[in-house]
Design a protein around this ligand. Structure first.
Ligand code: MG
Length: 636
């Protein structure tokens, strides 16, 4: 059975906090990074007892740098240095020393000499009952591929010397993975696991700042682990992540994410083994498989009695009808075809707390599952925070998990019976299923804090079984932001997650005005956008002003019929096209600098109109700047 581990360098804070977080997340072993020990105020013996009390085994101490292939007198000095490390390891209670391939300019590029030096080190270690692991750094001076490191290890041929395999170096260098399966298991000292985004960058910068947990990046880690398991290796597999954002986050969150990523990595491995009839190999308990998502049942706005007027006017302008009022709460249901929007004006409870922190905004999202109970069991197994809201007598209990910025994601069954929950909680008046021009939720853009971006990607993928698309960068008049679309396997729920690098981009301003991340854009679909916009304008909805230049550009780029283009220009409708389809869309003006609606018509088009995002951002910026100027004049 496999032993999951985490390197202390993956987390931020004090060594005490890191070890406690690792233990709390369910780890039973850790690698101690030398700096963590150097910065620790107690002795290595204290670390040993602290780890022991938390039930943590220290599987390795690292790194020993620039060791092999050094000219004299450094060579002799390095062996002396190693003896001191062994003393320290004895106190620490660990038996494996990890040595990284040499990066020094004056190193000697001779594998025989490297083997001789590592052999001498291994012989010294053997006297103390220790082992040595040798790892090829992707930017090593002479040894940078695992094949070279393995060659050195085989040449040295010592029983206590093995190779350290780190997925980062192997994948960053695009080393062959399948031949890993040929390594003799007794020659593997340790296996390290790290993912990274598939961006072009020198390996050292990528390694030091952008490593991430499995499932947060693009490396072929399942293939990597499968090759290693084929060797027969059953020792520790350790997360070793260098990431500035991770070190800036609470250690408990990072340790939890680390374990979560390993749980779904194990799930993938076991699923693949099952297909070929192999027995289970990981110690982790099997997760309940993700439940099938069937769409968004409703979104809920937290608001107050005085702010709700503008919100409900906007909803009615968009064609929604107030169809029901809650039996016991100040909560209304607005509906149009398959779109449910709940407006919550309660004076206490979850929505009210959310309103106090974030203003009028979306406080909850409700997803339909083929088996909501199993979805919740999976969330629990992956350490999600679960909630059961306060309800009145006889009202439905809807379980929820914590989402971005303490919003809620409710889980409901996608069955006709579950639909009756509405009747249980709400009193309907008139037509309960009013038609309208808007048909369904198309997507919801979610702004997240940069420091939490990877955490939320992992949340949606692990807990809800979402898939992600590659990250894209988009221009904003005041900077840039990054977006990664995550979606349910059936495509019924699609959420672009957006982060900004700071400054005053639209994404950053959303974070400022909303007191954190959240849903910024609610995109709804229609089958006739032109007719919808005309009717909505009649009802007083204000749409984002788009400059004439945009339409001149569209006219030059596409051979649109003149009357279509004239109507787009008049109504402020945006346009995009692919080889197979067309896309028409429009944005409402911002509600209190916080959120806006997009209404779109897809004609065999599956993207998000990203080509028009800079136009939208520029128009929103202009609108916000104008509003601020007017406010300043008024205050003056
Ligand atoms: Mg490593």
């Amino acid at each position: 059975m496999l032993k999951w581990s985490i390197a202390t360098v993956s987390m931020g804070g004090t060594l005490e906090a890191k070890l406690a977080a690792a233990a709390r997340a369910g780890f039973r072993s850790v690698e101690i990074f030398e700096n963590d020990l150097t910065f620790f105020s107690g002795s290595p013996r204290d670390v040993r007892s602290m780890a022991g009390n938390l039930g943590l085994e220290i599987i390795a101490f690292q790194p020993m740098r620039d060791f092999e292939g050094m000219p004299e007198p450094q060579r002799t000095r390095n062996l002396e240095r190693a003896k001191r490390k062994f003393d320290l390891m004895a106190e620490l209670g660990t038996s494996l020393l990890c040595v990284c391939s040499n990066v020094a300019d004056n190193a000697i590029g001779d594998p025989a000499r490297a083997a001789e030096d590592l052999g001498a080190l291994a012989d010294l270690a053997l006297q103390r009952g220790f082992r040595v692991g040798y790892e090829a750094l992707a930017w090593g001076k002479y040894v940078h591929d695992w094949m070279q490191a393995y060659d050195v290890v085989q040449r040295a041929n010592r029983p206590n010397l093995g190779i350290v395999l780190d997925s980062f170096h192997i994948c960053a260098r695009k080393n062959p993975i399948a031949p890993l399966a040929e390594i003799k298991p007794e020659h593997i000292a340790l296996v390290q696991l790290a993912d990274a985004p598939g961006i072009v960058m020198d390996p050292m910068s990528l390694s030091r700042h952008h490593r991430c947990f499995p499932a947060q990046g693009d490396f072929p880690l399942t293939e990597y682990l499968e090759a290693i398991l084929r060797t027969g290796y059953r020792g520790p597999i350790s997360l070793e992540i260098f990431n500035d954002q991770f070190r800036g986050a609470p250690a408990t969150v990072i340790a939890r994410d680390g374990m979560r990523s390993l749980q779904i990595t194990a799930e993938k491995l076991e699923d693949n083994r099952k297909v070929v009839g192999q027995p289970p190999i990981t110690a982790s308990a099997a997760l309940p498989p993700p439940a099938k998502i069937g769409g968004i049942e409703f979104i809920e706005f937290a608001t107050s009695s005085h702010e709700s007027e503008a919100l409900t006017a906007l909803l009615e302008g968009l064609g929604f009808t107030l169809v029901a009022r809650h039996r016991s709460k100040d909560v209304d249901l607005y509906r149009q075809n398959d779109i449910n929007i709940v407006v919550n004006r309660e004076q206490d409870g979850f929505a009210h707390s959310f309103y106090l922190v974030h203003g009028t905004s979306v406080c909850a999202l409700t997803l339909r599952f083929d088996d909501a109970r199993r979805a919740l069991e999976r969330a629990n197994a992956l350490a999600a925070t679960t909630y059961f809201g306060r309800v009145g007598p006889g009202e439905a209990v809807i379980p929820a998990v914590g989402g971005v910025e303490n919003s809620l994601i409710y889980f409901v069954d996608d069955t006709p019976k579950a639909k009756s929950n509405w009747d249980q909680d709400f009193i309907f008046e008139g037509d309960a299923t009013p038609k309208g021009q808007l048909e369904r939720f198309d997507h919801l853009s979610n702004v997240v804090r940069r420091s939490e971006f990877l955490s939320w990607i992992l949340f949606y993928k692990a807990i809800l079984g979402f898939r992600d698309e590659p990250q894209v960068e988009l221009a904003d008049p005041y900077g840039a932001f990054f977006s990664r679309v995550i979606s349910s396997p059936d495509g019924s729920v699609r959420i672009p997650l957006n982060i900004a690098e700071g400054g005053s981009t639209g994404v950053s301003r959303f974070i400022d005005s909303s007191g954190g991340g959240g849903i910024q854009q609610i995109a709804l679909s229609t089958h006739d956008l032109f007719a919808f916009v005309e009717a909505a304008r009649e009802r007083g909805v204000r749409f984002l002003d788009i400059p004439d230049n945009y339409y001149d550009d569209i006219e030059a780029r596409y051979d649109l019929p003149a009357d279509t283009l004239d109507r787009m220009r008049e109504l402020k409708i945006l346009y995009d096209r692919t080889a197979t389809g067309e896309f028409f869309h429009i944005y409402t003006t911002m509600f209190e600098d916080r959120f806006f609606f997009e209404v779109l018509e897809r004609r065999n088009y599956d993207l998000f109109g990203a080509a028009n995002t800079p136009i939208r951002l520029a128009a929103q910026t202009r609108e916000q700047d104008l509003a601020q100027q007017q406010k300043a004049m008024f205050e003056y």
